[in-house]
Design a protein around this ligand. Structure first.
Ligand SMILES: Cc1cc2nc3c(=O)[nH]c(=O)nc-3n(C[C@H](O)[C@H](O)[C@H](O)COP(=O)(O)O)c2cc1C
Length: 435
């Protein structure tokens, strides 16, 4: 790997987009969200760009909005680990990360599937451990939404510890030993069917943001996927989470922090800004503006004109209008902020949503964006980025063609993969075998 000594290296990952308002569906280049060829295109592009990993989110139930399937949800997307196994066959070095819930699965079954992916991909598997936040999703499962918030992390922590016991039940030399796990959440024993995989333990990613989530990440994760994507919020989050590591005998480099970010490129900064404005208007169509407003207000606002003023009624804090999606913690406070913005600038509903929900983290010429990415990482606001393109499947092409070479010139990004496993791309320590 050619790097410049002393310069902090950037880690990059590619998020397969879709289930959110970032995606521009109306663009003629917007392709299938469910065909294997779309997953393959993005993964191959990420590998061409020497990215650390490809990332898939998970939705276990189609979200509902006012009793109907949410307009921006994707119907028919295949299950994540199955897609990653297929991608293992068409890529060589790229890490393959899947989001899988710890609340509704069982450690034995999931540990087997992840160890199998690690074998089939020769050491490239990663698991984003999520806990899910709503009973609505839980209704799809036998026991329903049976855990409250604190218990979900208790279960997730024991789930992960149990999976690691299973992965450690085979010695690195290939000897298999029976396992016994006896704890408050799981009492299981037997023999694990999958030999120790190339990484020993697949890489573990964590994405919760509460105090419990951060503590869980500090104690047990290798990577944190965070929403803190501005330099100020990033630095605060970074210091907070890295500051929790020593308590667990861990070094700051043992946990990588990677915010989800978006970007818009242009030949010049001015062109990129103009393009960014167009994308924002496409993301927030008149219909999406009302959907976004209803998500905050928790009320049917279909009678409102997207080009007119904001509703003067307050949100319903206990609303169940939106199901399967985390509602903002303080809808009344957010509504007040949006109203104040709209009044101060004379903005319509649609313009207010465009201004308030803009998710464009890096906008500019390739040189401007490369410099901003380097600065973000050099000032400890992150260790790298999970890029969320606004187009599927070609949204990463321009980044790989135009920004990656500049990061390489700056000496902050690899010019070739130096190892074969995801753990080695991320510079993570080997897991200690606990026999
Ligand atoms: C950046 C980010 C991405 C997430 N992606 C998913 C996902 O794909 N599927 C899912 O079920 N939950 C996802 N979550 C939800 C969290 O993992 C977690 O279950 C939820 O935020 C509750 O945890 P908390 O209270 O610690 O925030 C995501 C959260 C964050 C911050």
């Amino acid at each position: 790997m050619s790097t410049t000594p002393g310069r902090k290296q950037i880690h990059l990952a590619a998020h397969f987009p879709g289930v959110n308002s970032t995606t521009v569906w109306a663009d003629p280049r917007s392709g299938s969200q469910i065909d294997f060829s779309s997953f393959e295109h993005l993964a191959r592009t990420a590998e061409r760009g020497l990215f650390d990993f490809f990332f898939l989110a998970e939705g276990l139930r189609l979200r509902e909005h006012n009793g109907r399937i949410h307009d921006l949800d994707v119907v028919g997307r295949p299950e994540s680990i199955t897609v990653l196994n297929a991608l293992a066959a068409v890529t060589d070095r790229l890490g393959l990360a899947g989001t899988v819930n710890a609340t509704f699965n069982e450690p034995y079954e999931l540990a087997r599937r992840l160890a199998s992916l690690d074998h089939l991909s020769a050491g490239r598997a990663a698991w984003n451990v999520v806990t899910s936040s709503d009973a609505f999703t839980g209704e799809n499962f036998r026991r329903g939404g049976f855990l409250d918030r604190a218990d979900r992390y208790t279960r997730a922590a024991e789930f992960l510890a149990t999976a690691r016991e299973l992965w450690d039940s085979w010695t690195p030399e290939g000897r298999q030993r029976p396992f016994v796990h006896s704890g408050p959440q799981f009492g299981i024993e037997g023999e694990f069917t999958v030999p120790r995989s190339p990484q020993g333990h697949p890489v573990v990613i964590q994405a919760g943001d509460s105090a419990e989530g951060r503590e869980f990440a500090a104690s047990a994760a290798d990577v944190v996927f965070t929403r803190h994507s501005t330099p100020e919020a990033g630095r605060e989050f970074y210091a907070d989470v890295k500051g929790r590591l020593a308590r667990y005998g861990r070094e700051p480099g043992d946990l990588k922090i990677m915010p989800g970010v978006t970007y818009v490129l242009g030949d010049t900064d001015a062109e990129a800004q103009e393009h960014a404005g167009e994308i924002r208007r496409q993301q927030v169509s008149p219909q999406n503006a009302i959907l976004a407003l209803e998500q905050i207000w928790g009320r049917d606002l279909s009678g409102y004109d997207p080009d007119g003023p904001l509703p003067d009624i307050d949100p319903d804090p206990d609303s169940t209008l939106v199901q399967g999606r985390v509602r903002v913690a303080d809808p009344v406070g957010v509504a007040r902020k949006w109203r104040a913005l709209s009044e101060a600038k004379g903005l319509s509903i649609r313009q207010t949503v465009v201004e308030s929900t803009s998710r464009q983290s890096f906008v500019g010429s390739p040189g401007t964006v490369a410099a901003a990415l380097e600065e973000f990482v050099a000032t400890d606001a992150a260790d790298g980025f999970i890029l969320v393109p606004h187009l599927t499947p070609g949204g990463l092409d321009d980044f790989v063609d135009r920004v990656v070479p500049l990061l390489q010139e700056r000496g902050v990004f690899r010019t070739e993969y130096s190892g074969t496993t995801l753990r080695s791309h991320l510079g993570l320590p080997e897991p200690v075998w606990k026999g």
